[in-house]
Design a protein around this ligand. Structure first.
Ligand code: PEP
Length: 253
């Protein structure tokens, strides 16, 4: 049985003061036993706050990581942050291929695959985001798009590599829009992803956590996480408020 994972993605938000307050409140809620023992909790945070987050969370039940990672280990890559640097600050996770990286910053499937490889090489767990644009859903090519995004990683690293990370299905039209995919819409794509992986390796398909992301909140998390192939969520906006995040963290199977 797979554990539930709820991972926050803070994006370009926060200050030293707001982060201290947010983490204090989330830790207090978790100490009250609001989160089931089979639910893992993580926050992926802006690079500059990783040190603060490490000092607050190391040794607690909340794991932490970054929102992206360089595909390079070191060298002349101004502005980048590498896997060894993230490990130096005890990061466990690194998000790769978030749709905002793909659509705003032009990251291609091959870049995402290289970042997945870089994270894995340094013992970080990549959270691999995949998902279709609204027009791609309307054209009926959701599965084609998601398969292409997954294949970029599988072709580079092999299907077994997926168990070193986590997959997050995030329909782009549902991110930050309040338009959540219905539990059945999400389950259909999750089942497609698991089935595609199972065709290559049934054991990997059984083990890999597949999260749903896209306007998850305390009101819809229960229904989404109850679906058989949804193993938790990647949470944007609702991860910035302790009460909302805790409500989602208590929604696991
Ligand atoms: C995200 O950014 O990964 C995300 C799912 O955002 P939101 O929860 O705000 O839709």
């Amino acid at each position: 049985m797979r554990n539930t994972l709820v991972a926050g993605n803070w994006k370009l938000n926060g200050s030293k003061a707001s982060i201290a307050e947010l983490l204090k409140n989330i830790l207090a809620g978790m100490a009250d036993g609001r989160v089931k023992s089979n639910t893992e909790v993580a926050v992926c945070v802006p690079y500059i706050y990783i040190h603060q987050v490490q000092e607050t969370l190391e040794g607690t039940a909340i794991a932490f990581g970054s929102e992206s990672i360089s595909e390079h280990d070191s060298g002349a890559f101004t502005g980048e942050i590498s896997g060894p640097m993230l490990k130096d600050f005890a990061c466990e996770y690194a998000i790769v291929g978030h749709s905002e990286r793909r659509t705003i910053f032009g990251e291609k499937d091959a870049d995402t695959a290289n970042k997945f490889a870089a994270a894995r090489k340094h013992g970080l767990k990549p959270i691999l985001c995949v998902g279709e644009l609204l027009e791609e859903r309307e054209q009926g090519i959701t599965e084609t798009v998601v398969a292409r995004q997954l294949d970029a990683v599988i072709d580079l690293e092999g299907v077994e590599a997926l168990t070193d990370g986590v997959i997050a299905y995030e329909p782009v039209w549902a991110i930050g829009t309040g338009m959540t995919a219905s539990p059945q819409q999400a389950q259909d794509v999750h089942a497609f992803i698991r089935g595609k992986i199972a065709a290559l390796n049934a054991d990997v398909a059984d083990k890999v956590q597949i999260l749903y992301g896209g306007s998850v909140n305390g009101g819809n998390a229960d229904e989404l996480f109850a679906m058989p192939d949804i193993d938790g969520g990647l949470i944007g906006g609702a991860a910035l408020k302790a009460e909302d995040f805790l409500a989602i963290c208590s929604a696991g199977k």
